[in-house]
Design a protein around this ligand. Structure first.
Ligand SMILES: C[S@@+](CC[C@H](N)C(=O)[O-])C[C@H]1O[C@@H](n2cnc3c(N)ncnc32)[C@H](O)[C@@H]1O
Length: 320
């Protein structure tokens, strides 16, 4: 299968905000990147970006220390990650690869940890088989990408999955932190004239906060004019990570992302006062993550999340 490239980087437009990595950035940040060879587990630090194959790095991370594991692995399709091409594999080959990753990662999780795994529909069947044997699968979130390549002889592929799993029946889930802002079309009132189950926002808009479902239509894949956009071709939206982190961790908890890419998980964890450990094999991306983390010290806003509320897709906010 051909690679999905859903990013459109309009590099010539003056409004382009894409975060890039220069030679100077590499020089500035490379000493901050960790390579774990001798690190004593007792000395292991939080809030680090490790530039290594996760299979090597995981050996040095303390066992049963992670509250939330976020996995956004290469999907089973051809894709270029910086200089490295990931090629499509047979069911068995991808199964073995993902299984190997899971086997080194699960021992790092606390008994009450949660796991989220991104995939698209083909890769999902393999990932489901493995997760179903080793974790408790709680849900499959389907999110709608607002872009997708059209097809003359098939339905446009416009969705991706996020598998939600836990290690046991004892797990943390804070639904109050991720309720959704929904405009009220029919604002009913009680017989005494009181608003029934809705309130007005500062603009007089009538809305209610509803329980979030497993169908997400409010995410925007980062694109060139968004301030979170980077040169990484499969970057996930900060809003997605904010939902997962707020629902499944408390302030101070530790989040692990062993396929860190451009650093989205680390950036959002840090904006929401969680600890993070990120692992990324490509040095340029690992540097990109450090650069974004530096920028997040100045700007802790998360696109689409304001005043503790998740806004619908493409709502103009003060962040833009
Ligand atoms: C789908 S991307 C993750 C994108 C990320 N979620 C973001 O928002 O930018 C997968 C990443 O995993 C990295 N990767 C692939 N194999 C790896 C391995 N064995 N160890 C560590 N990183 C790896 C790739 O270089 C790529 O950046």
């Amino acid at each position: 299968m051909d690679e999905i490239d859903f990013k459109d980087d309009n590099m010539t437009d003056s409004r382009n905000k894409t975060i890039l990595v220069s030679e100077e950035d590499i020089y500035k940040y490379e000493d901050e990147l960790l390579v774990l060879e001798k690190t004593n587990q007792a000395e292991f630090k939080d809030n680090v970006v490790i530039n290594q194959d996760l299979l090597l790095a995981a050996k040095y991370i303390p066992k049963k220390s992670i509250d939330l594991l976020f996995l956004d692995p290469p999907y089973n399709m051809r894709k270029k990650y910086n200089e490295t091409v990931f090629s499509e594999k047979s069911y068995k080959e991808y199964y073995n690869l993902f299984n190997q990753w899971i086997d080194v990662l699960l021992p790092l999780l606390k008994e009450n940890a949660s796991i989220y795994v991104c995939s698209e529909w083909r890769t999902s069947s393999i990932i489901f088989d493995i997760l179903n044997k080793k974790t408790i699968i709680r849900n499959r979130i389907v999110w709608q990408r607002d872009k997708g390549r059209g097809s003359k002889n098939n339905w446009k592929n416009n969705s991706e999955d996020i598998w939600f799993c836990t290690m046991s029946e004892d797990y943390y889930f804070n639904v109050e932190a991720v309720k959704e802002y929904k405009k009220v079309i029919a604002p009913y009132r009680t017989s005494s004239g009181q608003a029934k189950d809705w309130v007005e926002d500062v603009n007089g808009e009538k809305y209610r906060l509803t329980h979030p479902s497993n169908i997400w239509t409010d995410l925007t894949v980062p694109f060139w004019s968004m301030s979170e956009n980077t040169s990484h071709s499969t970057q996930k939206p900060e809003k997605m990570l904010a939902k997962l982190i707020l629902a499944s961790t408390k302030v101070g908890d530790r989040v692990l992302d062993p396929f860190l890419g451009s650093g989205t998980t680390a950036v959002v964890a840090s904006k929401l006062n969680r600890k993070f450990i990120g692992i990324e094999i490509e040095k340029e991306y690992a540097v990109l993550a450090l650069k974004r983390l530096d920028m997040a010290k100045e700007n802790t806003r998360i696109q689409g999340y304001e005043n503790g509320q998740f806004l619908p897709r493409n709502v103009k906010t003060s962040q833009e």
